[in-house]
Structures are given as C-alpha cells and as structure tokens.
Design a protein around this ligand. Sequence first.
Ligand code: ADP
Ligand code: MG
Ligand code: ZN
Length: 559
Amino acid sequence: MVDAAHQALKKYFGYDQFRKGQDQIISRLLDGRDTVGIMPTGGGKSLCYQIPALLFSGVTLVISPLISLMKDQVDALGNAGIHATYINSSLSFAEGKSRLAAAASGNYKLVYIAPERLSVPDFVRALERMNVSLVAIDEAHCISQWGHDFRPSYRSIPAMITRFKQKPTVVALTATATPHVTADIRQMLEIAPDGVVATGFARDNLNFQVIRGQNADTFLLDYLKKNQDQPGIVYAATRKEVDRLYARLAQKGLAVGRYHAGLSEQERASSQERFLYDDLTVLVATNAFGMGINKSNVRYVIHYNMPRNIEAYYQEAGRAGRDGEKSDCILLFAPQDIRLQKFFIDQSEMDDVLKKAEYHKLDQMIGYCHTETCLQDYILRYFGEQSPQPCGHCGNCFDTREKSDVTVDAQKVLSCVKRLRERYGKMMVTKVLAGASDQKLLSFRLNRLPTYGIMKDRTQKQISEFIDFLTAEQYLVQQGGAFPVLALSERSLPVLKGEVKVLKKGSVRAERLAVDDALFDVLKQVRKELAQTEFVPPYIIFSDQSLREMSVRLPATDH
Ligand code: ADP
Ligand code: MG
Ligand code: ZN
C-alpha cells in the first residue's frame, strides 16, 4: 500500500491500519481503476473514498441517498481538518449555488450530493465544469432494480460520469449485493468483473434466530423485559402494527418510541434523536427507519414480521452490533406474514417479470424461516458466498435436538408432487397426501392417484409444515408467482432414487421408517419417468440485457 495513504489514515483519522478490503480498494482507486467495493455494514466503506479524496488533486463527488447523514459526515470531516461540503434539498437555492461555486473553485476535497440533484440541468452543467477526480457512489445497490432499495435517480449517475472532460475514477460501495445486483452495478458503470473487491458478508458478532409457533407478543415482552437496559429495534411490517406494539409496550412501562412514515416529521425526528441518545431503549418501527442510522450499540433487532426478502432482512438486522459486540437478530415468523408480503407484491407497480422475481426472493425468505441449517450460512449463500462454514452460534447451530431419518416421508411428498405433474400448490399436495375429500380435489379426480392418502396418518398441518421444511432445504421449489406450484429440484432426484437420506430435527414416529408397498409402486414409476427427463432448473434466469431494459419501480418501502 502506498505510504501516502497510510500517512493520511494516521494523520486525519488516527488509525494505524487499514481494514480488510480497504487497502485493496484504495490502491486500485489511486491507480485510476474503477472499482465495486462490497463490505459489510460497519466495515469502513467511507474511508475507501475519503483517503483517495485527500490524495487526488481534484474534487471527490460522493453520491449518497442519506441526506440525514451528509451533515454529520461533513462535520466529522471538518473536525479532522478536511474541507468538505454537501448539497441537497435541505439547503436554500442560494446556499446550494454558492457551495457549488466554492466547490468549482477548488475549495473542497469532498462534495456530498443527493442523487436527486442530478436531474437538475443547471446543477449538472455546473458539476461538469469542476475538476472531478473521483466519483464515489455510496449505497450503490440503489442503482439496481434487483436491489431492495432501488432509487430511480441513481440511474442518472452513469450519464453524468460520461460528461466530464476528463473521466473521473469511479467507486461503487455497498453492503448488500447479490451476485445479480453486483453484475447490474458493474454493467451500468461499465466496470470489469475483476474490478469487484468483496470482503465477505459475514458478521460474526450477530446471533441469528428464527422463532416459529410461539405467541409473538409473549416472546417479545419476555425478551424485552430480560433486556430492559439494552437498546434495540423492533421492526413491524405495517404502521398499524407499529402503533399497536408501541401502545402495548408503553403500557408495560418500557422506554419505547415509534417511527413510521405516517408520523409527523417532528415526531420522527424526536424518536430518532431520543433513541440515538439512549433516552429510549426500544424503538418500534417500519422499514422507514434505519437506512443510515449511525447508532453503533444496538444490541438486538427483532423482526415482529417476516420482511419481504433476505436483502432487506440482512440490511435491517445488520443494524445490530455495528460496534462489533455480540447482538441478537431475531425473526418472529407467522404464516400470515407470507400473505401480507404477497399482498405488498401484488399491490406494487411492478410488471409481471419483476413481480415474479420478487416472489422468488420471498420464497427464499420463507426458506430462511424454515431451514434447519445454519442461518448465517443460509444468508451468505444467498449472497453468493461459496461454502460458508456454520457459524456455531445461531438458533439452528444451537439446536442440538437429534436428527431423525425422514427419507420415506420425503419420498412420499416428492412422488406426489411428481404425480401431480408439478402443477399444484402446497395446499392441494397436502390434501392429496392426507387423503382429504375436498370438492376441488374430487372434481379433478385426484383421489384416483396412487399417492392419494399415503400420509393419511398425519394431520394436514403436519404435512404442510413438512413441505415447508422440504422447500426450505430445497428438496422442493415453489414455482410461479402469486399462486406458486410445487416442483421438484435437483436435490429431489437423489432422494427419490434412495441415494441420499433426508434428516430432520425433532420427533418422527419410528414405525413410519419402513418403505410401505403403496409407496414402493409409486416410487418405481416415478423413478422410471425421471430417468427419461432431463432436469431443467425451475427458475427463469434473467439475461443482463433484460435487466437493463426494465425500468419499473420495486415495491414501495415505507418512506
Ligand atoms: P460502512 O459505511 O461500511 O458501514 P463506516 O465507513 O461508517 O462503515 O465505518 C464504520 C466505523 O469503522 C467508523 O466508526 C469508522 O471510523 C471505523 N473505521 C473505518 N476504517 C477503520 C480502520 N481502518 N481502523 C479502525 N476503524 C475504522
Ligand atoms: Mg456507509
Ligand atoms: Zn449458525
């Protein structure tokens, strides 16, 4: 690493060493190579552009959606003796103009701008005249529709970059990017595949946990009582739910505040402020709260409802433990959360292709709530990390119940799905397996199938939960949009062929472990058919081209 960078780190920020990824990103930028930097929340992304900003001769433009944070950042830089300013909608027209003029005459090393400014032609023309060395795009996932927080104004960034007389170096930084989103960011900014520096997403101080089948209110109250002096956030899916929980917790004497977009600006600002300064210990909020909240000692983030996808979940949960201390990330799952999220997707303005992609992400979120593998592992795989190791401290890693062999049950379910030609949803599969005499089932003559009633010794609830488990472990997949059908996956085949065992925690009845005759016949047929079909992955893979052509909004967050 260049000496000058080390010196600047020590001189201006007082740190002795770069963190993982920082030195790599910084030395690339100093060489003028455009870079996508992916580091977890709290990983130190700001320094990745602040240090080069000090060493470049021209200005560094920082594009950030977090207006509330700009002032803090600029003040902090000022205190370190670095000239910086910001331009956003909180300033008067005259003030904005005069800052811009000062920036153009080289008075600042860093200028923070809100992306919305890029749609003001006068503003862009003034920018073009500046000597810009580096463009830093913070929260870069906002540029992609496949990210969870798409901002249409981010789309103006690539055009802006091309308008400078001399092309500035570009760095795009984010903490939440799936491989899909990363590819999208790269394409849009024309950064080569080898221009991605990723340090990994793991946050080892976070303890993930999913609570199912318990009364959510009781769990929440118990937890909060046990952790009364610890600051934390409770996320709920709707404003109404936030109001209800807020009233309930306040009544129990907890130092609780609330935050959602339906409240006055004043009330929101006050909740945020009081929470930041530990005047309130619990904040109940919708997803309107949080992006850019700089509170490092949040000890827990509890999701009272399941969020709509893993990206949103990881970003929200990731607001816990930014100081590196152990913190809890707890998700309270209830089946009606699925209905709510589907409703949000249906109500959104997205076109059908995007809706389908959102449904697919929702399925993976549901999978998180039912998996028995390490929860951190599950999240990291979602973000494309190769073979992460079990964390050893999440709810599932701690679940030491013995595993039982449920291969036969799995074979029954998978055979039934195959026999139904992968054309029915979970409900119908459940009914067929249970041997229910449902009208629709009878009118389709599904009671004549050989798999009809082969699990009639179970309740429909048991079967349905078992299907959730098989889906979470990817022995089955949900295919399609609002009314998904169950389909086989690559993992189904070895199970049907009897090549691998399916193990599940918790009790199953031992006498069911022998293959019975009815199943044996079905299996024989199914295996024969499978031998003739080639496996096609059930999900549509979107081409990069189709990604770029679509310009529809993602479902609304509560802003
Ligand atoms: P991010 O934007 O990735 O979430 P920040 O840039 O806000 O993270 O940095 C998080 C914290 O880490 C800040 O308090 C910052 O001062 C600190 N930090 C960053 N780099 C270093 C470093 N090299 N050594 C020590 N602390 C650092
Ligand atoms: Mg940041
Ligand atoms: Zn784990």
